[in-house]
Design a binder for this molecule. Structure first.
Ligand code: HEC
Ligand code: HEC
Ligand code: HEC
Ligand code: HEC
Ligand code: HEC
Ligand code: HEC
Ligand code: HEC
Ligand code: HEC
Ligand code: HEC
Ligand code: HEC
Ligand code: HEC
Length: 415
């Protein structure tokens, strides 16, 4: 690198000065100008060509420059340095002197664990999210961590297929789909302050792995309470439903918000979504999906028409209870009103119809079971009768054909 010689000399004189004093005062830490003597040179580069330039104007305009921080507040291993040039390799800057809490929280994150495991890790560290000499308050509109800018900051890595091979996928578990989700649009297009960004759900510094760390704010067991910080009425409904109650008892086989809505591709209610919910409920309740498919509603929705009832129209989306529970929308008390939403004017006999009638289940659907059994017997009977009939008839029809051929050969005409 090119050095400004005057700068080096100045640095030397400055740092050497206290040593000549009579009383052995502790050495003064190097001042910013000492460092800038070399680092203010825009062409200053490492051997590998990466820049060593520190723009004084930018630093002075940063929150740290404005607060009067000195270079060695962060580059602490040079705080006692008196002879320059300093060693080539320096320690990572240390932020803990002033931001102990953030450093401690970051230490619990998946990013920190990844870096501790491997020096080659590309996981985020302070400067990946905040910058280094240009840090601004998050409230500043230009800050990388401003509420509206944060997705782009995280996506620099999480949207890059080089880092994450699945980044371009579209199943809703990967973060890329956030941009087009209802939350992403509310945040990035409408500029809605109350719309969540990545950190609202994942935390700011203590970002944990949702699937590998049960303490993550978005680990299965915690998803409802995290979404519920904003959607609080839905959380109340969900928490008292069979699914919510089972979750509280530790049954993680029940659906949480992100199973039905996805994590990052959350969409507003629509016809397509009403049909998609069939797959979601049916993924766990396979038997009910099958019996539903046998019904009028099920056959019509299978053709892509969403006007008919899907699971959530009868069971509700969040206040699902077993039919025996008086709160259930399909229990005896409320079933009529549930059907009447779309079948106005129907009476009590209409709702005797079982939407999950099962021809294989004698206890549940006795009449249907008997009818089905009768039809099966009829079918088998008919096939058996005509099968035997055909088998017995076969030799006769062969003989008749032979006789007819014999007559033709003898010159007799068919009649
Ligand atoms: C005499 C000139 C000079 C002075 C004064 C100087 N540096 Fe450097 N600094 C260098 C050189 C040369 C390198 C590149 C070392 C290399 O080849 O990688 C460097 C590299 C660095 C690096 C990068 C280290 C790394 O591990 O990659 C930091 C950070 C740094 N200096 C901070 C400071 C601070 C803070 C001060 C003031 C206390 C300071 N420097 C004073 C010349 C100087
Ligand atoms: C608020 C803390 C902080 C202060 C104050 C600070 N730095 Fe840095 N500095 C950083 C961080 C963070 C990095 C990036 C390190 C990394 O990513 O490994 C850095 C990197 C550097 C580098 C390496 C080149 C680069 O830009 O990556 C040099 C040189 C450097 N600082 C010099 C200085 C000088 C000179 C001053 C004083 C004018 C100063 N720093 C003040 C935090 C600070
Ligand atoms: C993954 C990104 C990310 C990393 C890594 C990160 N931060 Fe932050 N940090 C944020 C976000 C986002 C905010 C803004 C929170 C808000 O809007 O309230 C923030 C806020 C802050 C604040 C302001 C006070 C506060 O807690 O809200 C400080 C100070 C801070 N970070 C320091 C650090 C330090 C020091 C490190 C490294 C140990 C670090 N950050 C690492 C994303 C990050
Ligand atoms: C010498 C103490 C000191 C050190 C060391 C230090 N900071 Fe700061 N930092 C401050 C002060 C002072 C502020 C301004 C806080 C205020 O006025 O609210 C600040 C503000 C910040 C903010 C903006 C907070 C906000 O309100 O949004 C971030 C981000 C931040 N620092 C990150 C870092 C990072 C990253 C490091 C390490 C690379 C670091 N700081 C090292 C003193 C320090
Ligand atoms: C509305 C809340 C919410 C928002 C906003 C959100 N996430 Fe997520 N994120 C989740 C949930 C819930 C999971 C767990 C998904 C799972 O286990 O299937 C998750 C999982 C993840 C994962 C782990 C994926 C995996 O394969 O296990 C990453 C990485 C991630 N999110 C990053 C981001 C980024 C980056 C953003 C911002 C662009 C973001 N998230 C915004 C809720 C959210
Ligand atoms: C500098 C690149 C970078 C940035 C910026 C970054 N991350 Fe990461 N993040 C990574 C890497 C790399 C991993 C994987 C670490 C590993 O598993 O070794 C990771 C892991 C994660 C995980 C755990 C994923 C899992 O598999 O369970 C979550 C969640 C996450 N990041 C969220 C965020 C959020 C939210 C932000 C923004 C506030 C962010 N990250 C910013 C690089 C980054
Ligand atoms: C078992 C599946 C399921 C679970 C679990 C679930 N939802 Fe829903 N949610 C739905 C269905 C179905 C709808 C109806 C609209 C639609 O098609 O998306 C819906 C609608 C919504 C709406 C829109 C409200 C409206 O009436 O327009 C919000 C907001 C919502 N859910 C949030 C949540 C939150 C927060 C949780 C977790 C506490 C959650 N959901 C859990 C299936 C579910
Ligand atoms: C920081 C607050 C916040 C958090 C946390 C949050 N949301 Fe939202 N959500 C909103 C806002 C605001 C809207 C409305 C956006 C709009 O209409 O433009 C919304 C809209 C929705 C909708 C669409 C409602 C409709 O109109 O059909 C669904 C579904 C939804 N959120 C589900 C979730 C789920 C699931 C989670 C957790 C994984 C979650 N939200 C976390 C604030 C939040
Ligand atoms: C037309 C309204 C309606 C639709 C659509 C509907 N159900 Fe039901 N469901 C009911 C009624 C009524 C009961 C109570 C039957 C009884 O026990 O009398 C029930 C019962 C259930 C039960 C309790 C166990 C059982 O078999 O009785 C489950 C689980 C269930 N439904 C899931 C689903 C799923 C999943 C879907 C979508 C594939 C769905 N339901 C669609 C009305 C409906
Ligand atoms: C992730 C799997 C999963 C998904 C998705 C799911 N459920 Fe459930 N559901 C369960 C579990 C587990 C239980 C509690 C144990 C049981 O009774 O089977 C349950 C219980 C129920 C019950 C009460 C059953 C009873 O005992 O009478 C109904 C009704 C129900 N779910 C309907 C739905 C509907 C409607 C949807 C879609 C909106 C849905 N479920 C989505 C797993 C799921
Ligand atoms: C979301 C609206 C909706 C709900 C809720 C609903 N249905 Fe339907 N259902 C329809 C539509 C649309 C048709 C198509 C026939 C029509 O237009 O009347 C239909 C057709 C039917 C049919 C076959 C045709 C007929 O009219 O005889 C039966 C039986 C039926 N529904 C029973 C029920 C029962 C029982 C309930 C309550 C447990 C119920 N439905 C709830 C929308 C709904």
């Amino acid at each position: 690198m090119r050095m400004r010689f005057g700068g080096v000399l100045a640095a030397f004189l400055l740092t050497a000065a206290p040593l000549r004093a009579a009383a052995p005062a502790p050495p003064k830490p190097p001042a910013n100008d000492d460092c800038l003597a070399c680092h203010e040179d825009p062409s200053a580069k490492r051997a590998d060509g990466s820049s060593l330039f520190v723009d004084k104007k930018i630093f002075d305009g940063s929150v740290h420059g404005a607060a009067g921080a000195s270079c060695v507040d962060c580059h602490t291993d040079l705080a006692k340095t008196t002879d320059f040039p300093h060693p080539e390799k320096l320690a990572k800057p240390d932020c803990s002197g002033c931001h102990a809490q953030q450093v401690e929280d970051y230490g619990k994150s998946w990013h920190a664990a990844s870096r501790a495991k491997s020096p080659l890790s590309k996981a985020a560290w302070c400067s990946d999210c905040h910058g280094s000499h240009d840090i601004q308050r998050s409230s500043d509109k230009t800050s990388r961590t401003n509420h509206f800018n944060l997705p782009a900051t995280c996506m620099r890595c999480h949207g890059d297929p080089k880092f994450f091979p699945r980044a371009g996928g579209a199943d809703g578990s990967e973060p890329m789909s956030f941009h087009d989700s209802i939350h992403g649009k509310a945040l990035e297009k409408s500029g809605l302050k109350i719309a969540p960004n990545c950190a609202t759900c994942h935390g700011t510094h203590e970002i944990r792995s949702p699937r590998r760390d049960p303490k993550s704010t978005v680990a299965r067991a915690h998803v409802p309470s995290t979404c519920g910080t904003c959607h609080s009425k839905i959380l109340d409904e969900y928490a008292t439903s069979i699914h919510g109650e089972q979750l509280a008892k530790g049954n993680t086989g029940v659906p949480v918000c992100s199973d039905c809505h996805s994590a990052h591709a959350i969409a507003s209610s629509s016809d397509a979504r009403r049909l998609a919910i069939l797959r979601e409920c049916g993924g766990c309740h396979e038997r009910q999906l099958k019996t539903y498919r046998d019904t009028y509603h099920g056959q019509v929705s299978a053709m892509g028409f969403s006007r008919v009832a899907t699971c959530a129209d009868c069971h509700t989306a969040h206040e699902i209870h077993p039919a025996g529970d008086p709160r259930s929308s399909v229990g005896p008390a409320k079933r009529l009103t549930t059907c009447q939403r779309c079948h106005p004017g129907v009476g009590a006999s209409f709702v005797k119809y079982d939407p999950h009638a099962d021809t294989h289940d004698r206890g549940r659907s006795q009449l249907l079971w008997a009818t089905s059994l009768f039809m099966k017997i009829l079918l088998v009977g008919v096939f058996a009768f005509f099968g035997i009939h055909t088998v017995l008839w076969f030799p006769r029809s062969v003989k008749a054909r032979r006789d007819a051929n014999g007559k033709r050969k003898n010159g007799e005409r068919d009649v």
